[in-house]
Ligand binder design. Structure first.
Ligand SMILES: *Cc1c(COP(=O)(O)O)cnc(C)c1O
Length: 384
C-alpha cells in the first residue's frame, strides 16, 4: 500500500493525472480533523476513537492533531500502535474476550480500562489485572446488550451481557476494588438517536440492581456516516439525546460519559476510486474492486450510494441514472455488490466510479484474494 507524497486537490485530479488501474483510497485530512473536532466539541464527554474501523497511521496522526485523547483498542497490535503513536492518550481495551496472553500484554502496557461481558472472562481479569496502575484505579466495565434498535446490523449477537448479568458483574467489580463503570455498543450506522436512549435508560436500572454508582458510562460507537444521498448524519441530535437522557435518568449524580466512534469519525474522510473493467454486453458492470477489497462491508450493511462516475478524462458522466448489477474483479460469485446501484446509463469501460464515505472498515479489510486488492493511497485537500 504505497503512500503518494503529493497532495492532490480532489479525487478528480487524481484520476486525471494518474488514471489509476488499481483502486485508490483517497484521504482528506482536513475532513477527518473537522469531524473529530465536531465530536470533541459536541459530545458531552470523552471521545475515544475505535481503532479497528481504520488503523492507518495517517488517521491516528491526524486524530491526535485534532485533539483526540483516547482510543478504543481491541488487540495487542492496536495497544502497541497507540502506545507508539499517541503515548499520552488513554487506551480502553474493550474487547470482552481475551486470551490470557493478551491480558498479560495489556497489563504490561499499563492498560487501565477493560470491558467484560461474562463471569468466566471477569475471573480471568481478576487473576491478572491489578486494581491500580501508577496510583490510579483500574476500571472494569461490564458490557450489556438489548435487542437491536435502529442499527444497520446487530452487534449484540456476539457481545454483551443481559442487564441482570451486567448488574451482577458490576457489583462484583466494585466489591473487588476496581472502578465500576458500564459500557454498551448500540450497533453500527445508527441513524436514529433512539438507539442510545433505551440503552442509557437500562444502564440506570443496572446501577440500581447492583446498588453501585457507575463512575463512567461508555455509550459505544455506532455514530452514522454519510452513506446515502439525502440522509445526512445528524450528530447534533444524537449528542443532545445522549445528554438529555443521561440527565433525565441520573440527575446531577450522572456517570461521566465516554463514546468510542469509529465509522462516524473516519468514514466520510475517504473516497474510494475504482475503475470499470468492463460492461458486459451493455449490462453488468465489472469494477476493479469489490467485496474482497475496499467494498467489503457493503453486503453486510448495504450499498453506499454517494457515487460519482467520471470518464477516463475525468469529466462527470451526466446520463440518466438506471439500476446496474455491479461485480468485483475476483472469480468468486459472492463478489457482487448488493442489489443494484444507480449509475449513469452511459457508464463505459475505462470510467472511474468514486464511492464517497468509504473510509471505515475498508482499508483494513482489503484482501489480496485472487491477486486483486493492490490498493494504493492518495491525500487530497478536499473530496469534491
Ligand atoms: C467496532 C467498535 C466500535 C466502533 O463502532 P462504529 O460503528 O464504527 O462506530 C466501538 N466500540 C466497540 C467496542 C467496537 O467493537
Amino acid at each position: 500500500m504505497g503512500q503518494q507524497k503529493t497532495v492532490w486537490d480532489n479525487p478528480a485530479e487524481v484520476i486525471r493525472h494518474l488514471a489509476p488501474e488499481h483502486p485508490v483510497m483517497v484521504f482528506a485530512p482536513t475532513v477527518l480533523q473537522d469531524r473529530a473536532r465536531q465530536f470533541i466539541q459536541g459530545f458531552p464527554g470523552l471521545v475515544t476513537y475505535a481503532v479497528k474501523s481504520n488503523p492507518d497511521e495517517v488517521v491516528i496522526q491526524n486524530l491526535v492533531a485534532a485533539g483526540i485523547q483516547g482510543f478504543d483498542v481491541a488487540s495487542p497490535f492496536e495497544i502497541d500502535l497507540i502506545g507508539r503513536m499517541a503515548p499520552h492518550a488513554a487506551r480502553h481495551y474493550h474487547n470482552p474476550v481475551r486470551a490470557r496472553s493478551e491480558i498479560a500484554h495489556g497489563v504490561a502496557q499499563g492498560i487501565r480500562a477493560w470491558s467484560v461481558d461474562s463471569r468466566s472472562e471477569l475471573d480471568k481479569l481478576f487473576d491478572q489485572v491489578p486494581t491500580e496502575v501508577d496510583g490510579k484505579g483500574v476500571e472494569i466495565s461490564p458490557r450489556f446488550k438489548l435487542p437491536v434498535l435502529g442499527a444497520a446490523y446487530d452487534f449484540g449477537s456476539k457481545f454483551g451481557a443481559s442487564p441482570e448479568l451486567a448488574a451482577e458483574l458490576l457489583a462484583e467489580v466494585a466489591r473487588r476494588g476496581y472502578v465500576p463503570s458500564l459500557t454498551f455498543h448500540p450497533g453500527t450506522q445508527c441513524t436514529d438517536p433512539i438507539a442510545w436512549e433505551s440503552y442509557i435508560r437500562v444502564s440506570k436500572d443496572i446501577c440500581d440492581m447492583a446498588g453501585v454508582r457507575a463512575v463512567r458510562l461508555n455509550v459505544g460507537g455506532g455514530f452514522p456516516s454519510h452513506r446515502v444521498v439525502g440522509v445526512e448524519p445528524d450528530l447534533t441530535s444524537i449528542f443532545q439525546e445522549i445528554a438529555d437522557t443521561t440527565t433525565e435518568m441520573f440527575g446531577t449524580d450522572a456517570p461521566a460519559l465516554v463514546c468510542e466512534p469509529g465509522r462516524g469519525v473516519v468514514a466520510d474522510a475517504y473516497a474510494l476510486i475504482t475503475r470499470v473493467k468492463g460492461v458486459r454486453d451493455g449490462g453488468h458492470v465489472f469494477l476493479n474492486d469489490g467485496v474482497y477489497g475496499g467494498l467489503a462491508e457493503l453486503p453486510i450493511i448495504g450499498n453506499i450510494d454517494r457515487i460519482e462516475v467520471l470518464t477516463p478524462q475525468g469529466h462527470p458522466r451526466a446520463g440518466d441514472h438506471g439500476g446496474r448489477v455491479i461485480f468485483g474483479p475476483t472469480c468468486d460469485s459472492v463478489d457482487r455488490l448488493p442489489g443494484e446501484l444507480s449509475l449513469p446509463e452511459d457508464v463505459a469501460e475505462g470510467d472511474f466510479v468514486i464511492f464517497h464515505g468509504a473510509g471505515a472498515y475498508s482499508t483494513v479489510t482489503n484482501t489480496r484474494f485472487n491477486g486483486f486488492g493492490a490498493m494504493s493511497h492518495a491525500t487530497v485537500m478536499a473530496l469534491s
